[in-house]
Design a protein around this ligand. Structure first.
Ligand SMILES: C[S@@+](CC[C@H](N)C(=O)[O-])C[C@H]1O[C@@H](n2cnc3c(N)ncnc32)[C@H](O)[C@@H]1O
Length: 262
């Protein structure tokens, strides 16, 4: 079965010559494709759950890649030694699980030259975790497959030329993001750190249609919540925060696309 555009995009971000671990490998589709691209490097798939682990082992045997790809059973990168691979793919998992994997695997992540992260939810929370924990965000990609998926690449430490540099506090991050958004779009409205972190893919998105689609999905999500939310004293603050977010999105749309997309 052909790989999804999301997984193909992730694979395209792995340097051909580097050793790689695919965490949450499921049916081992990613390691198999990586092996087809270059067999002469370390390729490890990690699976936590029994059934996908055995399926991954079987798939590797069927693809005659047992000498090339190793499937390990374990949690995240706990079963790796520091320096064993240079690249880690952690995709198809929720942001909080990815955070937990990175938190537990600090000795391993310190030695990585690239992390390729594909969170299924709350990517802004994952960005915040990365930046407050010493990682730079080096690249961001949007992939549309029924909905927008955000792919984030990161490296440990500060790196010149990165989109976002690590910061010590939320205030540092907010200042950094405000400067970048002002430089890119001249946004006049005040936004919270989490809103800026939600809209970060726009800082590196060069395709106007992609950017417009991404913003449209954000607006649809906010409007769905607003439409369901009862109007009473308990919801005033939440409603106001969502309406402010909509205002920022409208302003960005105007800057990006020249007109408001309603
Ligand atoms: C939805 S699949 C994602 C497959 C593929 N990585 C992708 O992006 O399409 C998630 C897989 O991660 C595995 N998983 C969940 N938590 C994990 C963890 N902490 N360590 C390793 N694997 C995990 C699950 O068993 C499942 O097979």
């Amino acid at each position: 079965m052909p790989l999804s555009e999301r997984l193909n995009t992730i694979i395209s971000l792995v340097p051909l010559e580097l050793g790689v671990v695919d965490v949450g490998t499921d049916h081992a589709a990613v390691p198999i494709e990586l092996a087809h691209l270059n067999q002469h490097r370390t390729i490890i798939g990690v699976e936590y759950n029994d059934r996908p682990y055995y399926q991954a082992v079987q798939k590797i045997a069927k693809a005659q890649l047992t000498d090339v790809v190793e499937i390990r059973k374990g949690y995240g990168i706990d079963c790796l030694a520091p320096g064993e691979v240079e690249v880690a793919i952690i995709a198809g998992l929720g942001s909080s699980t990815i955070e937990e994997i990175l938190r537990r695997g600090k000795q391993v992540t310190k030695k990585l030259v690239k992390l390729i992260l594909g969170p299924m939810d709350y990517p802004h929370q994952l960005r915040r975790y990365l930046l407050l924990n010493g990682f730079s965000i080096t690249q961001e990609l949007l992939v549309h497959e029924f909905r927008w998926y955000e792919i984030i690449t990161a490296v440990p430490g500060a790196q010149s030329g990165a989109i976002l540099q690590p910061g010590a506090t939320d205030a540092d991050l907010k200042e950094q993001l405000e400067n970048l958004f002002n430089k890119a779009f001249g946004v006049s409205k005040e936004a919270s750190l989490l809103t800026l972190l939600e809209l970060t893919p726009l800082l590196s998105c060069e395709d106007i249609e992609q950017a417009a689609g991404f913003l449209q999905e954000k607006k649809d999500g906010i409007n769905r919540i607003l439409n369901k939310m009862p109007e009473n004293v308990k919801t005033v603050q939440r409603r106001q925060a969502l309406e402010e977010k909509l205002q920022i999105i409208w302003e960005l749309e105007e800057k990006l696309c020249g007109s408001k997309i309603l």
